[in-house]
Design a protein. Structure first.
Length: 672
């Protein structure tokens, strides 16, 4: 056989053998691949560890065995690391010998063995948030040190672990009279999470949401004052608080609305048992007058930010109830209302407790239990029917608003169809575009933003008078290598072209450009740079005059936030971060450094302050070339060659470019 067809294994059979096969035992898989269990090693994953412990404590409360939970943050005097303690006054983890692992206590099995726990068979817990038997063991695996204390049957037990491994056997510390339940104290392993720090305000909000979700529990919060940033101390994040809300989700909705007027002065709020003893559901819904709504849902006290079948059940129940009411009062237009017409702009909270819930992934961000939709729909509709019948005035107002939104939706659809059929089309704008209020282009700008999440933050941060926002879905088409048919079919390309209104190539008319500046705003990472490159390629190929006129810019969002005391600075990249640490902060000071995952993770206020406010921001103007020695024709030729080399249809040219510059790559970059 020719060497050309030989694989490395053919040439050297011993290069890959049985000795290369690893078997990871115990908690080693978690430490090797934490992303599989907590979604990564970022701030969100760090907070997920606390959520796992808090969920276990809440499961004890929901099962009726605990009524008090404590969540405390303190500083380890030895290294300054944050130590988290979660305590509940429930039954306490069993400490007797496990029948299968007779040399270990049940507690040690739970903390050192994946997929171990009491929530698989629904015997010890009817409804629970911890379902996979990996939560507490994952916390233990990713902790530098974890100590568990159990007060059970008037005796106190303790066991300590380091990086998931027991330091010793379970200790019997003797009698205890006035204590019961489980206490878990841990601090994250810096080998896994680096120098990431907990955000007390986020954990406080987490604890408060748990208290809202279960009326019978009291959560006691405490945090060492040195851990709370100065700007967040007080109502945003107190040093201590007792969280207890007898009104449940109704209280939560009232707090979140903060006094805003509503179409329904009294929210539609209640709770009900699900059919067939499948659990129960609680809800609180209202319709703010300003139509700036929100929706949050939970299953077994676990947040489900991506929604799921229980949210669909709520939507279906409310829609069916409104249509039934419309029939009862003789309003035939009610039948044209959709769920989006009714719930668009509403403020809704939903909490379901169901048996054997099915989540998508270990981080449980979406509920996928099929039967939950029907069960929640049935429970909600019965109560909504009574609520509508008991409040005719507000029910009529709600029905009229939903019908008005339905008619507006139908009107827009007809206009869109008419625009397609009419030879002389009126101006059409993409649906995701949040346009500015100013009619003339002078002083206006449109931000092309990476993703709907970042687009939502940008819409809240913008100046509505002069700033427009167009969210784009990920990486747009590479127009330098795409056919004309592909370009015509690409939604993102069409959205940009319609929003700008100036045409492309031969039909480009600068007088029809709807904005003075076009600003590309992407995440401050490699993916963001790639998207920005694709967008610049689009403008260069389709609207080169726009670049020549100096209308195209790149926003410069920060990658880091540095804070110490009252000093807050933002850094563009690692080099800028190091420069600020040297110039803006004194060396003995403890500087908190947070890394933005992306524009969608930035609060609108910070996005405005750093990236969108003309008073503070930095913009880079895109030009054809920065070589002043070249005339316009030579500059255009050089740029055209470079675009074709890097973005064109011939991959061999890109490969040659990479090979020529491989020697400039910093070896440290390969260790990322």
């Amino acid at each position: 056989m020719s060497d050309l067809f030989q694989t490395p294994a053919d040439q050297n059979p011993d290069a890959y053998s049985a000795k290369d096969i690893e078997v990871l035992e115990g908690l080693e898989p978690v430490r090797r691949r934490p992303g599989m269990y907590v979604g990564g090693t970022d701030e969100k994953a760090l907070h997920h560890l606390v959520a796992e412990l808090l969920d276990n404590a809440m499961d004890e409360a929901v099962a009726g065995h605990a009524n008090r939970i404590e969540l405390a943050l303190s500083s380890d005097p030895s290294d300054g690391a944050t130590v988290v303690k979660v305590h509940d006054n429930g039954r306490g983890i069993p400490v007797d010998a496990h029948p299968k692992y007779t040399d270990k206590s049940a507690l040690e099995v739970i903390f050192t063995t994946l997929h171990s726990g009491a929530k698989f068979a629904n015997k010890a817990y009817a409804t629970a948030g911890g379902l996979h038997g990996v939560g507490v063991s994952v916390v233990n695996a990713l902790a530098a040190e974890c100590t568990v204390e159990v007060a059970r049957e008037r005796k106190l037990y303790r066991q300590t672990f380091r990086k998931g491994t027991p330091v010793g056997k379970l200790e019997n510390l003797g009698q205890t009279q006035n204590r019961r339940g489980t206490t878990v104290t841990f601090k994250p392993d810096p080998e896994i999470f680096g120098h990431l720090r907990f955000k007390p305000v986020s954990l406080y909000r987490m604890a408060r949401s748990k208290a809202y979700l279960f009326k019978g529990v009291e959560i006691r919060w405490s945090c060492a004052p040195e851990l709370i940033p100065e700007g967040e101390r007080g109502t945003s994040c107190p040093e201590s608080a007792t969280l207890h809300y007898p009104g449940g989700l109704r209280d939560a909705l009232t707090d979140l609305l903060g006094g805003r007027s509503s179409l329904t002065p009294e929210p539609f709020a209640g709770e009900a048992k699900l059919a067939d003893d499948a659990g129960r559901v609680e809800w609180a819904v209202t319709w703010p007058a300003d139509e700036e709504g929100f929706a949050s849902s939970y299953c077994n006290t676990v947040p489900t930010p991506q929604g799921g079948t229980h949210e669909q059940g709520l939507k279906n129940g409310l829609l069916r109830g409104l249509k039934t009411y419309g029939e009862m009062v003789g309003n035939k237009k009610a039948q044209q209302v959709t769920g989006d017409d009714l719930l668009g702009g509403c403020a809704a909270l939903l909490s379901a407790f169901i048996r054997n819930p099915q989540f998508q992934g270990q981080t449980k961000e979406r509920l996928s239990t099929p039967e939950a939709a029907k069960l929640v729909e049935q429970a909600v509709k019965d109560h909504f029917d009574h609520w509508l019948a008991a409040h005719p005035e507000r029910s009529k107002a709600l029905l009229e608003r939903a019908i008005e939104r339905a008619e507006e939706r139908q009107r827009k659809r007809k206009e869109k169809e008419l625009n397609r059929k009419t030879a002389t089309r009126k101006l059409r704008l993409p649906g995701k575009l949040a346009d500015c209020a100013r009619n003339r282009s002078d002083g206006t700008e449109v931000f092309l933003v990476e993703g709907d999440s970042a687009g939502g933050s940008a819409k809240q941060a913008r100046n509505r008078e002069t700033q427009a926002v167009l969210p784009l879905r990920g990486k747009i088409l590479n127009v330098a290598s795409a056919s004309a048919d592909k370009m015509k079919a690409n939604q993102e390309v069409n959205d940009i072209t319609q929003a700008l209104g100036c045409g492309t190539r031969r039909t480009y008319d600068p007088d029809k450009l709807r904005y003075e500046r076009i600003i590309i705003m992407c995440d401050a990472d490699v993916d963001g740079a790639h998207i920005a490159s694709l967008l610049m390629t689009f403008f260069y190929k389709e609207m080169p005059q726009l670049i020549a006129d100096g209308r195209l810019y790149l926003a410069q969002p920060p990658l880091y936030r540095l804070s110490s005391g009252g000093t807050v600075r933002y850094a563009r990249d690692d080099a800028h971060k190091d420069e600020l640490l040297q110039s803006e902060f004194k060396k003995p000071e403890k500087v908190e450094i947070s890394r933005f995952k992306g524009l969608g993770e930035m609060p609108p206020a910070q996005l405005k302050e750093t990236t969108m406010d003309p008073k503070n921001r930095t913009l880079l103007r895109v030009t054809i070339t920065d070589d002043e020695t070249l005339d316009l024709e030579a500059a255009q030729e050089e740029t055209e060659n470079r675009v074709e080399q890097l973005m064109g249809r011939k991959p061999e040219r890109r490969f040659a470019f990479i090979q020529d510059r491989a020697r400039f790559v910093d070896n440290d970059a390969l260790d990322v």
